[in-house]
Write a protein that binds this ligand. Structure first.
Ligand SMILES: C[S@@+](CC[C@H](N)C(=O)[O-])C[C@H]1O[C@@H](n2cnc3c(N)ncnc32)[C@H](O)[C@@H]1O
Length: 244
């Protein structure tokens, strides 16, 4: 009898633990920022964004974008959003859904890497060819994001396309070009145009992309701000522009 009671207690404890795990798993709430859970409960997040979040491969990275966009909105920061390195538009789509009221500028060749940018690359990037990331197109990304007057596309090399913008201001620029040359160009271009308290997010700041890391380190030496590393899957480096 005693053993039966112990067995029953153990069973009930395991059943409760499993139910909690299953609820977290199904709701996607496990280990999420409280602000996101509350916003979900209050129905203030676009249901499409919640669906995308569930399949987004890097939850920390998603939350980095979400919390920063919330901060931008709460502080009423001026300026547009931008991404350098759009590929199939996964991150561009979440940024647009998070801040549909903001203009967003999307830079990519939409045909893969430019051969000239691959010279002098190191590490993982030294194995890249112009065929990498070529399995996308401007049309596919436009279809994915849907029509909005606020979405601006710049197909081609960033070196050429960025000259189409002059006095634009930005509150958030995501740099995800995987290569040192466009990353260095993007850092300089967007940093100079960031509003105070606006931010740059550089993806892939890790040893697999050594030339990109060197380019970022060189740039950081020239500015007064200190970078912050975010422990998402490939490590993002964040620079928030000083207010003075
Ligand atoms: C890692 S993918 C971007 C992934 C994307 N941010 C996402 O979240 O799915 C890198 C992209 O950078 C683009 N790219 C690299 N160098 C570029 C340059 N100089 N100008 C424009 N696009 C560039 C490539 O064409 C490729 O689509």
């Amino acid at each position: 009898m005693f053993l039966e009671i112990i067995g029953l207690v153990v069973f009930v404890v395991f059943a409760i633990m499993f139910a909690i795990f299953w609820f977290d798993f199904k709701s996607g709430n496990g280990k999420l920022p409280e602000a996101f859970i509350q916003a979900k409960k209050n129905g203030t997040i676009d249901p499409k964004l919640i669906r995308i979040f569930k399949s987004y491969p890097d939850k920390q990275r998603f939350m980095l974008f979400w919390l920063q966009v919330k901060r931008i909105q709460a502080c009423k920061l001026d300026g547009d959003l931008a991404e350098l390195g759009v590929y199939k538009g996964d991150t561009a789509q979440i940024l647009h859904l998070m801040a549909p009221e903001k203009r967003i500028h999307l830079f990519d060749t939409f045909t893969g890497f430019d051969e000239a940018d691959l010279i002098n690359e190191k590490g993982e990037a030294a194995t890249y060819t112009p065929q990498h990331f070529a399995d996308t197109s401007l049309e596919k990304v436009k279809t994915k994001l849907g029509h909005s007057e606020l979405i601006h596309y710049y197909p081609g090399n960033f070196s050429d396309q960025s000259t189409r913008l002059s006095d634009q201001k930005f509150c958030l620029a995501s740099l995800d070009a995987d290569l040192a040359k466009p990353t260095a160009e993007g850092l300089r271009f967007f940093y100079d145009r960031l509003v105070p308290a606006g931010l740059l997010i550089v993806h892939d700041y890790n040893q697999k992309w050594p030339a990109l890391m060197e380019a970022v380190n060189e740039f950081v030496k020239q500015i007064p701000e200190n970078p912050v590393l975010i422990p998402d899957k490939d490590t993002s480096l964040v620079i928030v522009k000083n207010s003075t």
